[in-house]
Design a protein around this ligand. Structure first.
Ligand code: SF4
Length: 355
């Protein structure tokens, strides 16, 4: 085989536009060590409760207004996502109010997917069935890690068994299941991270999000960082570890729908430490693509002579700041031997394929 025809290993997925409904800290039993939802959601200036969170009444009114505008304008096929708190631990009347407000827009075809994020220790089977009946499609569990030591040192408040059980409960409910992981938490190691990836794969989620742990101003983690008792992962270690995880998830057909926090609100200036880069997702994906391609090239009988790459993956192929150019050059693919095209696959010809 002198030529290889390869499709990008990332699973193809539907990407409806998401209307985020941020519920900063609502339903949360406590504030987690690393969490600064008011910075991440940019809602610190909203209508707030005595503890600083925007009131549910205000959040609900804004959501209703946005949905009504979309439906009136004939918009179709959007997603609603309840983020930033513990949705399934909100007062039941509020869970019902939010989901029932979405219902007419689901009936109109404006909204075709509804998801919420929550904690593994805040769900039960009966409740999930009810949420499904009133319109929820997906639960994303903020597992963060399955490693007992990481959960303990990060004071998450639940065990590894609870995290696994929660995933199985979501699975059994018939809802789609998402898992959020956080490499680099206190107590984490590279080997533990790969165990987290394996455990997640074994639970076969529909989607994974990876949020490398950052030190955000005003959190208990920031105090530990200042005191020297917590050392975040470096950017290069994180990009490498996440890229390896991507290859594992992609091999199993699992989509990774987010890598790294979005630079929302007041987040960026509040980052005190940790592996932050606005192009984190791109960097990790480009490293994953590079290792996957290098492995794929070993199927050729000789060194590669020329590669055609789908135009939309050109940036990933070269990497951030063209950091992979030297690797490709060393493998026999200097820029002059790399072409982009509009076909959806990569085509690699080897030296043995010379006309
Ligand atoms: S449960 Fe989630 S949203 Fe709530 S404080 Fe902890 S990390 Fe933040």
């Amino acid at each position: 085989m002198n030529r290889l025809r390869l499709f990008h290993p990332e699973p193809v997925r539907r990407r409806p536009r998401i209307i985020p409904v941020f519920l900063p800290y609502h339903g949360c039993p406590h504030r987690c060590l690393y969490c600064a939802q008011h910075l991440q959601t940019g809602m610190s200036n909203g209508v707030e409760t005595a503890t600083g969170e925007p009131a549910l009444t205000e959040i609900h009114a804004k959501m209703r207004q946005s949905l009504e505008l979309l439906t009136a304008g004939g918009t179709k096929d959007q997603g609603v996502a309840f983020y930033g708190g513990t949705f399934t631990a909100l007062p039941v009347i509020w869970q019902e109010r939010f989901l029932k407000t979405v219902q007419p827009h689901q009936a109109a075809g404006t909204i075709t997917h509804v998801r919420c994020s929550t904690r593994p220790d805040s769900i039960n089977a009966k409740h999930l069935l009810w949420l499904r009946e009133i319109g929820l499609d997906m639960v994303e569990l903020g597992v963060q890690s399955f490693e007992p030591d990481v959960l303990r040192q990060s004071r998450r408040g639940y065990s590894a068994e609870t995290a696994v059980e929660a995933c199985l409960t979501v699975r059994k409910s018939g809802l789609e299941m998402g898992v959020q992981l956080m490499p680099g938490l206190p107590g984490s190691t590279i080997s533990g991270w790969f165990r987290d990836v394996d455990q997640t794969r074994a639970l076969a989620p529909d989607a994974v999000r990876i949020y490398p742990c950052l030190v955000l101003r005003g959190t208990p983690l920031s105090q530990a960082h200042r005191a020297g008792s917590y050392r975040p992962w470096s950017l290069s270690r994180t990009v490498w570890a996440v890229s390896r995880a991507l290859n594992s998830f992609w091999r199993q057909g699992i989509s990774v729908i987010r890598i790294g926090l979005a630079p929302e609100g007041a987040l960026t200036p509040a980052i005190q430490g940790g592996p932050w880069h606005p192009a984190m997702g791109h960097m990790a994906k480009s490293h994953a693509l590079r290792s996957w391609l290098i492995q794929a090239l070993t199927a050729l009988p000789g060194a590669p002579r020329q590669i055609y790459i789908p135009r939309r993956f050109a940036a990933e192929f070269w990497g951030h700041g063209r950091e992979h150019a030297r690797t490709w050059q060393r493998l026999g693919l200097p820029p002059s031997n790399v072409r982009t095209w509009n076909r959806p696959y990569f085509l690699v010809a080897s030296l043995a394929d010379r006309p």
